[in-house]
Design a protein around this ligand. Structure first.
Ligand code: GLN
Length: 317
């Protein structure tokens, strides 16, 4: 039975008022994009898309949502990454889990996959240099561009799963030293339905120890930990306190893992293969020269991210 009007609870604040209030709180807490994050938190708690929120700003917040929203805002203000609160992160065509077990994949790393895709498309297609090409009908399923890839420091599986899902590689071996990250990668793999194509392996110590004798790849990719140890305390609280340190800390100059990857990659790449590394913005020259000094590569190139920072090194065998 509905209550008589006099006893009805006063309507809660509108969604617009709630977004405004949260944005102000986030801004005061030093969050970089307070309005965007406020909208995303509200969407997350209400279970709506951003366009649905935009078209319903004058409706009022239900009291049962107010508590959950307050808890979410409190977590964000305490420094938890937005994606951890949402529980997911978009990476290229995939929606993956986001939690403490693995690094939340960054937009730069989406670009790393672009770099790989460009290389894979141009490789072994003699027409690439002439401009002659086959135009595919949308929806036509094509063969993967390369047979087998290795992802060192696979984390939650963003790169490895994208390589298979986008038919860049038929099969990927993903290695990590963190059982927690591999558990997340396994769940992501199951959720996106790529079970057979991505093999996950735990490395104890060197990633190379997780490979079989004679195993070789067309492509090796790594987004290794590359932050110098001494700079970890200067990272934002979201990263420093909520993301796995082993995915970030690359030793004294940040290049410990990059060196291990660079040293072992030539011996595991098939002829015509390539190594793709994500690096810190001031590590390009150093990484390029360490690769060049080895004399194992026909070409070594630094590529920039969308912000114009040196972010990737590509070495061709
Ligand atoms: N780009 C990441 C960050 O800024 C670091 C990733 C890494 O070390 N691989 O937090």
């Amino acid at each position: 039975m509905s209550r008589p009007p006099s006893m009805r609870a006063p309507p809660g604040p509108t969604r617009r008022e709630v977004v405004d209030g949260i944005a102000a709180e986030l801004q005061a807490a030093g969050v970089e994009s307070p309005r965007l994050e406020a909208e995303r938190l509200v969407c997350h708690v209400l279970g709506v898309e951003r366009h649905e929120l935009a078209s319903s700003l004058s409706s009022s917040l239900r009291p049962e949502d107010a508590g959950s929203l307050a808890r979410a805002v409190k977590r964000r203000i305490a420094g938890e990454p937005l994606q951890h609160i949402e529980g997911s992160v978009e990476f290229r065509d995939l929606v993956l889990q986001a939690d403490r077990r693995a690094l939340v994949p960054r937009p730069e790393t989406e670009q790393l996959v672009d770099e790989i895709a460009r290389w894979a498309r141009s490789r072994g297609s003699p027409s690439a240099s002439t401009g002659v090409r086959i135009v595919r009908r949308p929806g036509a399923v094509r063969e993967p561009l390369v047979e087998c890839a290795l992802d060192i420091g696979v984390g939650g599986g963003a790169i490895a799963l994208s390589l298979v899902q986008e038919r860049i590689a038929r099969r990927v071996v993903g290695i990590d030293t963190s059982p927690e990250a591999l558990a997340q990668a396994g769940e992501n793999r199951a959720a996106v339905g790529l079970g057979e194509s991505v093999e996950l392996r735990l490395a104890r110590g060197s990633p190379w120890s997780a490979l079989e004798p004679g195993e070789s790849f067309d492509l090796i990719v790594s987004n290794p930990p590359y932050i110098p140890s001494g700079l970890i305390t200067r990272l934002g609280v979201e990263v420093r306190e909520h993301e796995p340190r082993e995915a970030l800390d690359g030793g004294a100059d940040g290049l410990d893992v990059a060196r291990i990857v660079a040293a072992g990659a030539p011996g595991r790449l098939r002829p015509g293969g390539a190594l793709f590394l994500e690096i810190g913005e001031d590590q390009g020259t150093e990484v390029r020269s360490l690769l060049e000094r080895s004399g194992c590569w026909t070409r070594v190139e630094i590529r920039r991210d969308l912000c114009g920072r040196q972010r990737f090194v590509v070495a061709l065998k």
